[in-house]
Design a protein around this ligand. Sequence first.
Ligand code: NAP
Length: 313
Amino acid sequence: MAHKLVVTAYGEPADVVRLIEAPDPTPGPGQVVVATRAIGMNPADVKTIRGQMGADESRLPLPLGFEAAGVVTAIGEHAHSASGPISVGDDVIVYRAVGAYTDVLLADATAVHHRPSTLDAEHAAGLLLVGVTAADLVATAAVQPSDVVLVHGGSGAVGSIAVQLAVSVGATVVATAGAANQDHVAALGATPVVYGEGLLDRVRTAATGPVTAVLDTVGTDEAIDVSLQLVDNPGKIVSVAAFGRAADGIVVLNGSTPQSKQNRAAAIDDLIADAAAGRLATEVAKTFPLADAPTALTELATTHPRGKFVLLP
Ligand SMILES: NC(=O)c1ccc[n+]([C@@H]2O[C@H](COP(=O)([O-])OP(=O)(O)OC[C@H]3O[C@@H](n4cnc5c(N)ncnc54)[C@H](OP(=O)(O)O)[C@@H]3O)[C@@H](O)[C@H]2O)c1
């Protein structure tokens, strides 16, 4: 039997997320079954549970989780992975998965990517959702070597990759983070500044010239208000979190437009290769047994340590 976490009603994780048993899935045409080894957790999982991504009662019970790493155990007819021929026993990453919070995951083969041996399953499980989001931010802002880029949330899972990608383009990067994460952001190649009151002045002092692009992963009014004061063209302020501020003329991404989808799909191979080669740094903050997902989700939704949370089946 497979074990999976599902959302039984929209609300707080501890109240509505349940572990259920289900028969092991059989792969249909174009599908594979993956025995998961590690499952990536994301803020979007919490937003899904709370009904912030839609609260359609008819979709309940709702499967949870968008990404995992594991081993292929069964392959349906005509199933070809995104990264070439696939065999039982292959180590893979599944993104974008439907219902990744499980020990036995049924996936479209087109969402299956081979995992290099130098990228461990825990890091691989949490790499792609945040990685493609960061890549979409950098591509949408069209970051160039001449840019001075402000990243809001440079210590976060999305923001830390956005910092590294913008630095790799050759841009000058200033990034916000909490006081405890200033050294970490500096190690990624950005000039760190603490968010909070006085942010505008601190960014102006830290930046070597006028800020020409903003990548926002925080979405607070402070982040957007400061950005609008720094950048002449609001179209160069790109956010994945400030959904209430689109009327200010900034660009808000949720991955649904054709261009966003293209940016994200195009980034996957390089993200895997760079993480496997040690060129892209990612962090696993904590691991939890799969059955403890409600506790882990509650912690993820509040103040939590830097890095990804990962479930272990
Ligand atoms: N639209 C999309 O396609 C998409 C895709 C993925 C993620 N997202 C969203 O992007 C956001 C970030 O996700 P994540 O996984 O990177 O989260 P995360 O790892 O928890 O990072 C959160 C970041 O926000 C910073 N932060 C916390 N409180 C802050 C405050 N009051 N002011 C300024 N910065 C603050 C944190 O800094 P410290 O920890 O240093 O304090 C950290 O850098 C979430 O809202 C997520 O849902 C959107």
